[in-house]
Design a protein around this ligand. Sequence first.
Ligand code: GLV
Length: 319
Amino acid sequence: MAKSVFISSTLPREAVGLIPGDFTLDYNNSEVPLSKAELVSRLNGKDGLICHIISTIDEEVLASAPTLKVVANVAVGYNNIDVAAARRRGVIVTNTPDVLTETTADFAWTLLMATARRVVEADHYARSGRWTAWKWDLLWGADVHGTTLGIVGFGRIGRAVARRALGFNMRVLYHDAVRADAAVERELSATATDLETLLREADFVTLHTNLTPETRHLIGERTLRLMRKSAIVVNAARGPIVDEAALARALREGWIAGAGLDVFEEEPRIHPDLLPLQNVVLAPHIASASRDTRIAMATLAVRNCVAVLEGKAPITPVA
Ligand code: GLV
């Protein structure tokens, strides 16, 4: 019988074109998230699913799709998938590491710089017609070079962020459950610390950890109060790592100086208390969104799905 694949949302043509001609393809070329009922119905009889983070693949969905052999997520993060439930049912889950590392690190730096140097405020001001004379004390921000960068989560993306800090002559602290090799620490000039030390000492705290029960609200009232009043927090990982209500208070009441956020607790909703604040730069979950990287992610997801359905090893299975 022909292998049958469901692509649950829009993918670039380059990636869709990699589905072999002898497979049956059901392609939902839309970015509107499917309801659970629609997802379950379209998965009926399918062998493979290629999905984005907007598809929640939980126990119930997996139970309703007994023919499914592979779920290929078009993202490095896979908190939208119940991996343990998939494993119990013999369904392979894959993600898209590596291809997005540098692009995501670039964007974490974009948020960091934009927040420190108030680029969004500057843009609004420059367009507003209010710029009528050169002003020497206009839009003062914070220096980045020579300061301390705290990286929470020192995997591929965290390390790529650290590598960029070398050019800014920064002191780099990192916190991770797994200590990096001495050679990596040396190459990146990075020092392992406990979380509290990192939060107390960093001028910039950037989050690059997975979302797990342990990291949910890792940044909340207690941890925000440990940070410097001048600290800037960057989150290009997953929204729920930060307690947005607590962050909004911290920004409003001056416990910290600023935040650059690409991800939110209940996307696409942004906590309303964040919206009026000038000292937060907001982006709509686009850290990996360069053209080349998004095509590479989609292509890798399709190749993972096809490999499993052709009886080969997946290229990038989740651990
Ligand atoms: C995007 O959020 C990703 O996990 O790749």
